[in-house]
Ligand binder design. Structure first.
Ligand SMILES: Cc1cc2nc3c(=O)[nH]c(=O)nc-3n(C[C@H](O)[C@H](O)[C@H](O)COP(=O)(O)O)c2cc1C
Length: 337
């Protein structure tokens, strides 16, 4: 659960079997962000490769495959970066053109290794990256950080469009407001969300902690009850608007096409940016609603002045309240295999 965030890199032993090494890297992979923190990944370790599948036990019925595969892309990025930190190089192969929910999503193939010393800073970024759903300081990020994030090499065919001017941010924030309001007002969506919300005291190994969604939350019998009975759609939506309008930078990752492979690439690119941002002490917060609610996506495209397909929208910044950066629970590696 929360102990998943404490990984001691010095426990790694280069003499281990491939399977033992892969299980160690999977501990880092498991710290990837996912929609609803549902951790929709399942793995099978081969002779010198790792196969990744969707774990249907943790995939919401109404959630889109896009959200699931972006999350799996982030998981892949963490695995590749963790293995690289120990000197092992993997490449992604075999992403099918059309993934059904039961299919293998990707294979990560080991292609080489070196004796370089362990790159600890890369592992630290994986362990220090967290979502923070509070307000971010409105002051602009340092130009050197903006440049470093802009210069990151993303996966092929993924393009980042960032907005820093108040007018565009305000327009995107208004869409977030609408999207959150719609998502929380539709009973099936609210019920589905409620299956993934828990108070910390409930000790779930997946899902969203009420404490990471609202500061000083009112007490209810369970996270499910809080979501169904106490969460106020209008207030949440309006506060989300304020948080997106005041963040120093909003970014949308876009692509020309829309396919399972491109969703995985988007997730990898997103996670690469989040890890780089984390290494500067910055947090991030995704909002899926303007991407997934069909009437809102064309408006987002017109704000971005692009014909590309928006895939993921997030804000990045320095939290006003760093105590609200709360690590979220994770399933154990045994449960992923
Ligand atoms: C594809 C995707 C969509 C997400 N959508 C939302 C969202 O709409 N609202 C939100 O507050 N967080 C969203 N998140 C953030 C997750 O809830 C968060 O990653 C998860 O709870 C794990 O927490 P962590 O990022 O701190 O490890 C999303 C994350 C991903 C990868």
């Amino acid at each position: 659960m929360l102990s998943a965030w404490n990984i001691d890199a010095s426990q790694f032993n280069g003499d281990w079997s491939f399977a033992d090494k892969a299980q160690f890297w999977l501990r880092y992979a498991a710290l990837a962000p996912s929609a609803h923190n549902n951790q929709p990944w399942r793995c099978a370790i081969g002779e010198d490769y790792l196969d990744i599948y969707i774990d249907l036990r943790y995939t919401p019925r109404t959630g889109t495959l896009r959200q699931t595969l972006i999350s799996i892309g982030a998981f892949i990025e963490n695995f590749i970066q963790a293995a690289a930190a120990f000197g092992y190089e993997f490449v992604v192969t075999d992403i099918p053109m059309s993934v059904k929910r039961e299919d293998r999503v990707a294979r990560l193939q080991l292609v080489g290794s070196t004796d370089e010393p362990v790159a600890k800073h890369r592992l630290e970024a994986i362990m220090s990256r967290h979502t923070n759903r509070g307000l971010y300081k409105a002051t602009q990020l340092a130009p050197s950080i903006i440049t470093a994030l802009d210069d990151l090499e993303l996966e092929q065919r993924v393009i980042a469009i960032s907005l820093q001017d108040s007018q565009s941010k305000e327009r995107v924030a208004a869409l977030v407001d609408k999207g959150v309001y719609i998502a929380l007002s539709l009973p099936p969506l609210r019920r589905e969300l409620s299956d993934f919300v828990f108070y910390q005291r409930e000790g779930s190994c997946y899902g969203l902690q009420v404490e990471s969604m609202v500061q000083d939350p009112p007490q209810a019998e369970s996270g499910k009850q809080w979501t169904l009975k106490l969460m106020n759609a209008k207030a949440e939506a309006q506060f989300s608007r304020k948080k997106f309008a005041s963040a120093p930078v909003l970014t949308v990752l876009c692509t020309e096409t829309d396919s399972p492979a491109i969703w995985v690439s988007t997730g990898q690119s997103m996670q690469r940016i989040f890890l780089a941002a984390a290494s500067y002490g910055l947090c991030h917060c995704v909002s899926a609603a303007p991407i997934e609610i069909p009437v809102l996506t064309p408006v987002l495209k017109s704000i971005l002045e692009t014909k590309l397909r928006p895939q993921v929208l997030y804000r990045i910044g320095e939290p006003v309240n760093s105590e609200f950066t709360i690590p979220s629970p994770r399933r154990k590696v045994d449960d992923l295999l």
